[in-house]
Each structure stands twice: as structure tokens, then as C-alpha cells.
Design a protein around this ligand. Structure first.
Ligand SMILES: [Zn+2]
Length: 124
């Protein structure tokens, strides 16, 4: 198998894991100005310019709605799929996925994320 086919296969496998986690993982997705959210700054030490955050407990993904939302969702849910992967690995994987993702897969991620925002009550 050549490298590009292997890359595409890896991207599709990771996407399936992301879909499964979004559908069945009990996550909530919150759209907010991540780097300006004082609660996230205090509790999770986000900084200005941060556009996403994955929180393990309670399972929550925060997304800055002004950013490239699909890319941020792929990145943050990759943290969920691979909890031991470091930031460089997750960055490389989200780039791999984004180079292979189809329009319908991107729409599915957005649809899941929007449904997940209303699944549980928002934080006060
Ligand atoms: Zn990250």
C-alpha cells in the first residue's frame, strides 16, 4: 500500500472513531469564545488565541465558533479518541483527516456537534 492510500485509510479509520465518540461518547459540545472565556481561563488555563478545548470529565468539547469549526472538532475529538497522544501527534492527525475528509463527513461532524450542544443543559 502506498503512503497516500495508507494515509487515507488512517484518516477514514480515525473519522469512524470520531463519529462513534460523538454519537455514543456522552459528550457535550459548547460553542464559546474559548480564549476569552474566564471560566475556561481559570479552570483550564486556556489563553488568547486558543480555539478549542477537550475536557475529559465531564466529557465536553469547547469550540470557538469564529474558528474553522470542523477542523477544531476533529482536533478535539482526536484527543478523545487517543487520550495518550501528545499535542504534536493530534495536530498531525487532524491535518491528515482534514486532507481526506469529504463534504458529507464534514457535514455529519457539524450536525453531531449542533445536536450535542442541546443534549445536556449548558453551564451556568
Ligand atoms: Zn490539542
Amino acid at each position: 500500500m502506498d503512503m497516500s492510500r495508507r494515509g487515507r485509510a488512517s484518516a477514514q479509520r480515525l473519522l469512524r472513531q470520531i463519529f462513534d465518540l460523538m454519537e455514543n461518547g456522552g459528550y457535550r459540545v459548547v460553542f464559546t469564545r474559548v480564549g476569552e472565556n474566564s471560566r475556561l481561563i481559570d479552570r483550564h488555563h486556556v489563553r488568547m488565541g486558543h480555539v478549542g478545548l477537550h475536557v475529559r470529565s465531564p466529557r465536553t468539547v469547547y469550540v470557538d465558533y469564529r474558528a474553522e469549526v470542523v477542523t477544531v472538532l476533529v482536533h478535539e475529538f482526536t484527543h478523545g479518541v487517543l487520550p495518550d497522544a501528545d499535542e504534536d501527534e493530534v495536530q498531525a492527525l487532524h491535518e491528515l483527516v482534514m486532507s481526506h475528509i469529504s463534504a458529507s463527513q464534514a457535514k455529519k461532524i457539524l450536525d453531531f456537534a449542533l445536536a450535542m450542544g442541546s443534549r445536556r443543559r449548558p453551564l451556568g
